[in-house]
Design a protein around this ligand. Structure first.
Ligand code: SF4
Length: 692
């Protein structure tokens, strides 16, 4: 047996785990690993069963190629598949221009893959059109972070600090289902005398543990935060000294909040005035406090402003930039943090550099050995990229790595049609995902436990996943694929296949940037159990806590955002009278491509459902388990009813992990946040009927 310390492949906690594997290549066991401080040995069911999909019969073990559109996928050699991809990408560029070739990455890719995928797009394909599914995850929080603090790191403090603070407001987050080992930090908070307030339209398992649960109308979190700021001003709870010394822009934010008096906020949000007052009292009275957001406030067409409003509240009450206080985002995907730092985003270069900054372009061009003028400018954000596929001016050839947009993109039926309209679709994945089923070429990829690479968890802690298992014969790594494709397209250098070599180049590329990895090496990560960025040199200890002395803005002060309430892009009306909100369940992960193929997870969460309140169910004549048709302006989905008083009577909820008739993202609205490009997954208008 061999034993390897590594990390879970799924969510952004990146829980530490130990893999024990027989040397004959048999089934690996997942064991607890108590030395990693984020989870201290605890794992959820997804983590405990994470190796099952690696040996499942659904695993792809040979490339697949489709001779022509509409034909069947058949097995092919790696040579044939790679030749086909390279010639198809080159042909699309020749016929339609470089912008007609696009790349779509994923928040689960390692730092090394994300980095080389961005370099591949810009140096080999010379296209601006690269973006990734993380745009659908926490991009609004990232944008608000940068506006307020000049730097975006999901949590500016370690998870363990949560248990030491006085009060946490958890907005649109349900860690009890999405990252269960994180709950121990919240139970620790309450055990230490702290207070937990949860804001969520559903009474989730997390909300059940809260001291106070606010249950707003979906899409009104911005008004709620403005109402709390209004009360803070009216009740003279503002920390005037902190605001004067450490911030700018308070007057404009205060003025913007003026119109959000408590009764108006109650009318907008449905949250009673007494709960607003209690929330402010608990948060303001606590000596330290945190606001933590997740997808609820972020996945809105006003997500950046919504997160900005919650940051404003922290700043006004002096609960940022101090030990035990601050704003943070509970990032979703496994490498949601690192995935956005190294150049997979349409508007960024490695090290969190703006692609429009001449100094940043010069630095990266130097590392990559090209002239700055050869680097493309910003490309289209994820939904805009997908929406344009196969159209005049849009991409005609697309390489997808580590993503399944047929299930996870908004307005998914439309996105599926756009994918079908491509001249060439290439998908690298471990199973024949719904997106891979549409592909012209499918490349079977090695997975987390079969290859070494780093990820960066939601705390900004860079960690090392170590190869513990031998991949099945016929499977290759994404780094191998990028090297082979680069070579076929005329770039023989600069695409190392060994992850540590790629990381060494990433260190140089990130040096001096906001996300500075220059001082982080594989040996350090191994010896120190992870290193927090920024870490500018090898003597630097890393930075677990940001902003204690100054914020990362030019003047060192945090910036208030003068935001005001606006409605969701689509509000209920006579034709579509209910709100739909979408989300996750305990036993599935993201588009379900992996977890739906794990028998124990599938038994626990076998399919989609529509959650609705008993009063709404009675009005519609619906009983538990009845098939329901949910219709929005974009399409319809069918799934059984789950009747529960845990949801607002004006709202229905669907999880988004499944394809087929119950695909929730058929319904969702692709209205985009103008700053972040985030679609409005969390609220749209629907009609619900019992299927007769
Ligand atoms: Fe994996 Fe997240 Fe579960 Fe931890 S909480 S075991 S990282 S899925």
């Amino acid at each position: 047996m061999t034993t390897t310390d590594t990390h879970c492949p799924y969510c952004s906690l990146q829980c530490g785990m130990r893999l024990r594997a027989p040397q004959d290549g048999g089934e690996a066991q997942v064991l607890e690993r108590p030395d990693f401080p984020v989870n201290r040995g605890a794992l959820c069911g997804k983590g405990r069963s994470a190796t099952a999909v690696l040996r499942s019969g659904a695993r792809l073990t040979a490339p697949l190629v489709r001779a022509e559109r509409g034909g069947e996928l058949r097995e092919a050699s790696w040579e044939e598949a790679l030749d086909r991809v390279a010639s198809g990408l080159a042909a699309a560029g020749r016929r339609h221009g470089r912008d007609a070739v696009a790349v779509f990455g994923g928040g689960g890719l390692t730092n090394e893959k994300a980095y080389l995928l961005g370099k591949f797009a810009r140096v080999v394909l010379r296209t601006p059109n690269i973006d990734y599914n993380g745009r659908f995850c926490m991009s609004s929080a990232a944008a608000a972070h940068r506006i307020a603090f000049g730097l975006d790191r999901g949590l500016p403090f370690p998870m363990a600090d949560i248990a030491t603070t006085g009060c946490v407001i958890l907005v649109g987050a349900n860690p009890a289902d999405t990252m269960p080992p994180a709950l121990r930090h919240f139970t620790g908070l309450r055990a230490n005398g702290g207070t937990l307030i949860v804001v969520d339209p559903r009474r989730t398992r997390t909300a059940e543990q809260a001291d106070l649960h606010l249950q707003p109308v979906p899409g009104t979190d911005l008004a709620l935060a403005l109402g709390l700021l209004h009360l803070a001003v009216a009740d003279r709870r503002v920390d005037e000294a902190f605001v004067a010394e450490r911030t700018t822009g308070f007057e404009a934010a205060r003025t913007a909040a003026t119109a959000h008096w408590p009764e108006r906020v109650e009318a907008l949000t449905g949250v009673p005035v007494h709960q607003l007052r209690e929330t402010l009292r608990l948060f303001a009275d606590a000596p330290t406090g945190m606001v933590l957001t997740a997808r609820g406030p972020e996945q809105q067409s006003k997500g950046t402003d919504t997160v900005g409003a919650w940051i404003n509240l922290c700043l006004a009450l002096g609960k940022a930039g101090r030990p035990g206080s601050g704003y943070g985002c509970l990032t979703g995907q496994g490498n949601g943090q690192g995935g956005r730092e190294h150049g997979q985003k349409a508007d960024q270069l490695p090290g969190y550099r703006s692609i429009e900054d001449p100094a940043a372009r010069a630095h990266i061009a130097d590392v990559w050995g090209v002239h700055p003028d050869e680097l493309p400018g910003p490309g289209r954000s994820a939904y805009e990229l997908l929406d344009g596929l196969g159209t005049a001016g849009g991409a005609r050839a697309l390489l997808v790595m580590g993503s399944n947009p047929v299930v996870s993109a908004p307005n998914a039926a439309h996105v599926t049609e756009r994918l079908r309209a491509l001249d060439l679709l290439v998908v690298s994945d471990l199973v024949l995902s719904e997106t891979a089923q549409l592909a012209d070429v499918v490349l079977p990829a090695a997975q987390w436990a079969e290859e070494t690479g780093t990820t960066t968890n939601l705390e900004g802690r860079v960690i090392l996943r170590r190869a513990a298992l031998t991949p099945p014969p016929g499977v290759r790594t994404d780094l191998h694929v990028l090297r082979e494709l680069a070579a076929r397209l005329g770039v023989d250098e600069g695409f190392p296949e060994r992850a540590e070599d790629a990381f060494e180049e990433l260190r140089r590329a990130s040096a001096g940037g906001a996300a500075d990895y220059a001082g982080i090496s594989y040996p350090r990560i191994r010896n120190e159990n992870g290193v927090f960025w920024p870490c500018p040199d090898e003597e630097h200890p890393g930075t677990p806590r940001l902003f204690l002395d100054r914020f990362a803005t030019p003047d060192g002060r945090a910036r208030f955002a003068p935001v005001t309430h606006r409605p969701a892009a689509e509000e209920p009306d006579r034709e579509y009278p209910l709100h739909l909100t979408t989300g996750r369940v305990l036993s599935q992960y993201q588009s379900g491509a992996q977890t739906r193929r794990v028998p124990e997870l599938n038994r626990a969460a076998p399919g989609p459902f529509v959650e609705l309140h008993p009063r709404l169910a009675a009005r519609l004549g619906v009983a538990e388990g009845d098939p329901l048709r949910v219709t929005s302006r974009r399409g319809r989905a069918v799934a059984p009813a789950r009747v529960t008083a845990a949801i607002r009577p004006d709202t229905v909820f669907m999880p988004f992990h499944w394809a087929g008739a119950g695909r929730a993202n058929t319904l969702t609205n692709p209205a985009l946040d103008p700053v972040s490009g985030m679609p409005e997954f969390k609220v749209c208008a629907v009609r619900v009927e019992r299927v007769r």
